[in-house]
Design a protein around this ligand. Structure first.
Ligand code: PMP
Length: 399
């Protein structure tokens, strides 16, 4: 017989498990759902077909034959992994070609790729925000930025979402300390944009640097898909552009692009790079091909935006609150957590996949369904999903 004692380090797991069981029984659990098909506009779950409205595959490139073939070709030449860190045995020419491509695309002197976007933020922030330095974050910044700050020996402060007056007050504190403003370009839950023009003005006034996490902006924002900085015409003023390959770029991995000196420093000091194996060859090849496609096929971005406008307008016309989104990420703000799960359940019954986002991932009272469209959705699929939303919203008493 196993005796569960308070001093057992697993006791929290047992408590958590019981709570989880209760949530599942109440049909309020919509996480870790098992998809058994490609991540396209429709997916298979438990033998049923769902319209996928919760994917970051914005340009639909995970399905692209050229991207898939580039990955296969790389496996044939280099194998499935590099078996070591970049510093030692894990650097291959594919990494360096991809870095040159990224630097050129973002008009920066150099770039470095990491194995994931999360690791990029961990490694870059830990390396730069050293003792006596201050990172300044928007309250809605992604968790990987916060975790990077926690790993760093410097300190970090946060200002209320997009509040430039509060940001200025933080910049006025401890003027002797070097500071880095770290901010999402497109906020990942509500799809609104950072006030980059305001941030750039303040950064110039107070002599601080900017790091832009544009995970959801690259391939999506800007005339050429170079992201939020391009959208605002502020690429030169943005000191570090950070991105991931796990959204528009169809695979997994991350990068920063910046001045040569910054890249060399992060390469030699960023622990998430130094002490972790390098990006696997098929992933580097897939990202490289995806960049090429982004550069040469603007029609994908146009289709994405046509779909985003159609989808957001459709939801608003039905009477849903879509917050301040101006991007292909469109939140449906419900407020109440139970109602959010209820909506999710009705939508699931009607064959629509969306992601419920509830506190603490969002502020209390701001539970929402995160929806996002892809370039590859057809108008018919979006119309069907709108119909499902209309039915679910009425049943749940939201519209
Ligand atoms: N930054 C932002 C803004 C993100 O949304 C994410 C992932 N959702 C990441 C960083 C981490 O990227 P990855 O999933 O590629 O590790």
């Amino acid at each position: 017989m196993v005796i569960i004692m308070k001093t057992d380090i697993f006791s929290k797991c047992f408590d958590f498990y019981h709570q989880l069981e209760a949530v599942k029984k109440a049909e309020q659990y919509f996480y870790f759902r098992t998809i058994s098909s490609i991540q396209g506009p429709e997916v298979n779950i438990n033998g049923r077909r769902f319209i996928m409205l919760g994917s970051n595959n914005y340009l639909g490139l995970t399905e692209d034959q050229r991207v898939k073939e580039a990955a296969i070709k790389a496996i044939k030449k280099y194998g499935t992994g590099c078996a070591g860190s970049r510093l030692l045995n894990g650097t291959i020419d594919l990494h360096e070609d991809l870095e040159a491509q990224i630097a050129e695309f973002f008009k920066k002197e150099a770039s470095i790729v990491f194995a994931t976007g999360m690791q990029t933020n961990l490694g870059c922030i830990q390396a730069l925000v050293t003792q006596d330095c201050v990172a300044i974050l928007d309250k809605f910044d992604h968790a990987s930025i916060i975790d990077g700050c926690r790993l760093a020996s410097g300190c970090f402060k946060r200002y209320p979402h997009n509040d430039m007056q509060s940001l200025e007050r933080l910049l006025q504190c401890e003027p002797e300390k070097p500071k880095l403003i770290i901010v999402d370009g497109v906020f990942s839950m509500e799809g609104d944009l950072t006030n980059l023009p305001g941030i750039v003005d303040l950064s110039k006034q107070y002599g601080v640097r900017i790091m832009l996490d544009d995970a959801h902006g690259i391939g999506v924002m800007g005339k050429n898909g170079r992201g939020t900085a391009e959208h605002f015409g502020l690429e030169e003023e943005t000191d570090i552009i950070m991105g991931t390959f796990s959204k528009s770029l169809a695979t997994i991995g991350g990068f920063i692009a910046a001045k040569r000196e910054v890249i060399e420093y992060v390469k030699h000091v960023g622990r998430a790079l130094l002490f972790s194996a390098s990006l696997a060859p098929p992933l580097a090849a897939a990202a490289s091909m995806a960049f090429k496609i982004i550069k040469t096929e603007p029609e994908r971005r146009k289709k994405l935006w046509d779909n985003a406008h159609f989808w957001a307008e459709g939801l608003k016309t039905l009477g849903f609150d879509t917050g301040y989104s101006t991007t292909p990420i469109v939140p449906v703000i419900i407020g109440n957590t139970d109602k959010t799960f209820e909506m999710c359940r009705y939508l699931e019954e009607n064959g629509v996949f969306v992601s419920p986002v509830v506190p603490p991932a969002v502020p209390p009272g701001r539970a929402l369904l995160r929806t996002s469209v892809m370039a590859t959705h057809t108008q018919k699929q979006l119309e069907r999903a709108l119909e499902a939303f209309a039915q679910a919203g009425r049943k749940a008493g939201i519209i």
